[in-house]
Design a protein around this ligand. Sequence first.
Ligand SMILES: [Zn+2]
Length: 466
Amino acid sequence: MTTDILIRGGTLVGENGRQRADLLCHDGLIAAVGADLAAPAGASVIDAGGCFVLPGGIDPHTHLQLPMMGTVVADDFFTGTAAAAAGGTTTILDFVGPDKGQSPLDALAAWRQKAAKAGIDYGFHMTVSWWGERFAAEMPSLVRDHGVASFKFFLAYKGGLMLPDEDILAGFLRCRDLGALPQVHAENGELIAHLQHKLLAEGIRGPKGHPLSRPSQCEGEATLRAITMAEILEMPLYVVHVSTAEAAEAIARAQARGVKVIGETLPGFLAIDASVYDDPDFDIAAGHVMSPPYRPAGHPEALWKAVEAGALSITGTDHCCFTRAQKRLGAGDFTKIPNGCGGIEDRMNILWALGVEGGHLSAERFVALTSANAAKIFNLWPRKGNLVVGADADIAILDPAKSKTITAAAQHQNTDFSVWEGRRLKGSVVHTVAGGRHLWADGDLRAEAGGGRYLPRKPFGPAYGG
Ligand SMILES: [Zn+2]
């Protein structure tokens, strides 16, 4: 049982329009939408005057409590989801990462246990971290019994997560049989491994070597390769964290010829460029090391165009944050810097400031990019991503007049670094309601461990035309 919440006086925004209305939350669901709703006895009332009332954000790309590169990411399922709530995100889809040879069902059980303390609702994708008979054999149960309906394949990280095309092809076919959605991290891992060795041999050992070892063409090639497989196999494909003009163009062209390819990008790729790796301060340059890397000037502008045109239709964060001390594991060898940046807390605020205030997006398109489209593709619609009676009471209330400056010191993410340090934003999420619980109240974070629920998802969603 949760307390009833009446959100009064705001402008409700959905992907297809907006209306001035009140909204009542009862028992974790949206119970009423309309003008001048009366507050039930005992209800708490949130004054949303002058604010936009938005579907809570869905972040379809997070890594919490993930062991990686000799350490574990700094945010666990509680701190990460609490930070998410502080920024208006009410649902995450995280990646289960089996060890090499580990049963994916066993890995899922371990992730379910870790995620039990999540403060907001969560679902899972499965990383195809190895391929073999047992993996293939467990996929039907993952999809049908456990609601894990999307699988990520790596074309990069040679010697680690990278799979040869033969295995990716077999994995895609298995997904197709099950109605599951294949996702790809698309960079050419062979070329990257070659360049890493070459750069280290030349004595380039600092963070600057990271972007030099991952040219944009490597992403363009791998994206087109994955699309070609999906196109010939006649199945959909989801490309995570698109960071380059080449990849965005490959996706747009494929969509134009009827291929069901979905492109995800991250706020950071729309606003930050590779000049960050020139910073003489190791902590700052290394703090930006993620894969793919931030790209040279010109790519962010091309990505905005692809977002505006609809070729890139989903935003995630790839939240995978490390502290400065953790990043120093790679001092003296850029290939050992833990790969990843934070962002789960900032996606909605950043995208509003850069996208809506910045003139790229309407508020309705913002809703599509931050929640509605992900809800549809990942089969959480209509329960998530829209403010209708009967949907989950997952709501972000954004005050367009309130400014905010992001600093690592003030953030809720469990790290001492932010790629957005010092950035001043116009517009800010001032209240978050998740599952009918008021988790963020104008600076007061009330997320509770275990408040979130597991979201099993069905296969054969809209990505398959179903
Ligand atoms: Zn990722």
